[in-house]
Ligand binder design. Structure first.
Ligand SMILES: NC(=O)c1ccc[n+]([C@@H]2O[C@H](COP(=O)([O-])OP(=O)(O)OC[C@H]3O[C@@H](n4cnc5c(N)ncnc54)[C@H](O)[C@@H]3O)[C@@H](O)[C@H]2O)c1
Length: 272
């Protein structure tokens, strides 16, 4: 442990169960000396798992649907009361596509589903920053991070409309990040994470194949949820103060690969 976040206060969205990337971020942030509020959609809390995380990290839970402005306003106000001041870090770890869930093919999108998925997965990031900005809730040199996936840049057919949502999310990070940097010295970045076995990840069709392909393509192998948490903490720490408006790949090198020996070998059988 490095005491990287000693004395820092945060809000962590998206811890659903112990597989969640946000869950690992919360555990690691606690170990590094941070205090924070946990939040998730009221419906996601019915399973009650988040209570365990709250107990283990000494955190309070404030339910908020990230598509509802009043919920977010209440969350930010209460968090500042509970934590006793402005917020140093925020993690947006939220994603959901009804088209994916219902197995709708991308070319046959149900646009009501598309709207809802966009609202939850992309626009919610704008809403969160809007509330933080308006309420002047972030400390100077604070840090806001959202999680994304490389389907925003390259085609992964089964990622469906989440690819478009992630492209929009990454753009919001840059656009809002400009104003947050200029006016409040707050940095805003996205982390583009390897495929990771979580509830959201496993919902993508053919996820198992996806996971092993990426593993074999990446020189360092896939990054785990815990490793993603470690990387996220560096962005919350004071060691990365001038990193902003970036989409940062945390994927074992996958994003810059063309082909790896292992993948090549699987195509060479019987060819030489
Ligand atoms: N798992 C992967 O392969 C992978 C890869 C790259 C990026 N990501 C991203 O990481 C983030 C976290 O996902 P995860 O993999 O930990 O899965 P997860 O299912 O554990 O987390 C998704 C979270 O979004 C929350 N959520 C859904 N609707 C909400 C709403 N209306 N308001 C507030 N919260 C809501 C869920 O309750 C859940 O906690 C997502 O943005 C996801 O797209 C995941």
């Amino acid at each position: 442990m490095y005491n990287l976040l000693k004395g820092k206060k945060g809000i962590i969205f998206g811890a659903l169960n112990e597989d969640s990337i946000a869950w690992k971020v919360a555990e690691r942030a606690h170990e590094e000396g941070a205090t924070f509020v946990l939040t998730n959609a009221p419906i996601a809390m019915r399973m009650g798992e988040i209570n365990k995380l709250a107990a283990n990290t000494g955190s309070e839970i404030i339910p908020a649907d990230a598509t509802v402005m009043e919920d977010l306003e209440n969350l930010v106000e209460k968090s500042m009361e509970i934590l006793g001041g402005k917020i140093d870090f925020v993690l947006h770890s939220i994603g959901m596509s009804i088209n994916v869930r219902k197995g709708r093919h991308y070319t046959e999108s149900n646009y009501d589903f598309t709207h809802k998925g966009f609202d939850v997965s992309a626009l919610s990031f704008h809403r969160v920053m809007n509330v933080l900005y308006k309420k002047n809730a972030m400390s100077e040199w604070g840090s806001i991070v959202a999680l994304t996936y490389m389907a925003a840049q390259r085609v992964f057919p089964d990622y469906n409309d989440m690819a478009d949502n992630k492209a929009y999310l990454e753009s919001i990070a840059r656009s809002f990040g400009y104003f947050f940097g200029r006016d409040h010295k707050v940095r805003v970045n996205t982390i583009s994470q390897s495929p990771t076995p979580t509830t959201a990840g496993s919902g993508v069709k053919g996820f198992g194949g996806f996971l092993s392909y990426a593993e074999k393509m990446s020189p360092l192998g896939n990054a785990t949820a815990l490793e993603c948490a470690d990387y996220t903490l560096t962005l919350f720490s004071d060691l990365t103060r001038k990193v902003t408006l970036q989409n940062l790949y945390h994927d074992g090198g996958f994003s810059n690969m063309g082909i790896s020996d292992v993948i090549m070998d699987s195509f060479m059988e019987g060819k030489e």
